[in-house]
Design a protein around this ligand. Structure first.
Ligand SMILES: [Zn+2]
Length: 281
């Protein structure tokens, strides 16, 4: 089984062009070709014709049991009232996590404005994914995206689970420390490359990932994700295949950790929403 915990259906090349159904098709095709069973789709920090809203993605994926939605939050326009809709989506099982984009927007994760969001994450027990490291756009301000800032919220909100995206690249050692120190912090390996890995860069990144595990980051804390369509799914799977770590650790990284953290039904029932029993709780 393979779960890609980090994909997007944004139309990066032409933000004025409607793309939702076309890009969902592309994602599904890419998953089939690479035998990826389940993917989390992360919605953007902005809404434009090429970047559909969380509601639009929830509705479009409602009958697609292999796709789950993580709701992107825009720091600039965020108001606690926005959480009403997201809370409903979480309760019905159609949103599985939240995603913040520091760096793309100028704010630190510990900004007080976000307190209601962390309280919701704790209440509903859904992970908060936090962009970290380099920004795809040169307009981003990377000081906000340093993985050390995740330590602040990890300590202040011990009941919330955090995922540092992109292993904080290039601040991988800093990410390593934050994941190692905090039992509620995980990391995903997505988005390390634009397109395909080149041999030398692949070896360089593998060494860093192995170093991270050697340093003491538990393999239960690392999640497989590609960042498709920015990175190639195929190239990412080759990267994982070539990674010299025990098969049992690979299994954790490829799907077990993500399934547990985001409470995904991987038993093959095809049920997307929470069971009736869950909803009655
Ligand atoms: Zn991403």
């Amino acid at each position: 089984m393979i779960i890609d915990c980090h994909t997007h259906i944004n139309n990066y090349h032409n933000e004025t062009q409607e793309s939702l159904s076309e890009d969902l098709d592309k994602l599904q095709k890419e998953m089939r070709r690479n035998r990826v069973d389940i993917a989390l789709v992360l919605t953007s920090y902005k809404v434009s014709p090429g970047r559909p809203s969380t509601r639009a993605v929830v509705e479009a994926t409602r009958d697609l049991p292999n796709l789950h939605v993580v709701a992107g939050i825009c720091y600039t326009t965020f108001a606690p009232g926005d959480l009403v809709e997201i809370r409903d989506f979480i309760k019905e099982g159609s949103v599985k996590g939240l995603k913040l984009y520091p760096g793309y927007k100028p704010f630190y994760p510990a900004d007080h404005k976000l307190e209601p969001l962390y309280r919701l994450a704790a209440e509903c027990d859904v992970p908060v994914m936090i962009h970290s490291g380099d920004t795809y756009s040169p307009r981003g301000k990377v000081k906000y995206a340093h993985p050390l800032h995740v330590d602040d919220v990890a300590v202040d909100y011990p009941d919330v689970t955090f995922v540092i995206c992109h292993i904080g690249n290039p601040w991988i050692r800093d990410c390593m420390e934050v994941v190692f120190k905090n039992k509620n912090v995980y990391t995903d390996i997505s988005g390390l490359v634009l397109g395909n890995f080149k041999d030398r860069f692949q070896r360089f990144m593998m060494k860093q990932l192995q170093e991270m595990l050697l340093f003491g980051v538990e393999p239960t804390k690392v999640l497989f994700g590609s960042d498709w369509p920015i990175s190639s799914m195929e190239s990412y799977l080759r990267f994982m295949e070539d990674l010299a770590i025990p098969a049992s650790d690979k299994k954790k990284i490829m799907y077990e950790n993500t399934a547990r953290l985001f409470k995904l039904d991987v038993a093959g029932s095809g049920l997307k929403r929470n069971s009736l029993l869950d909803r009655l709780k």
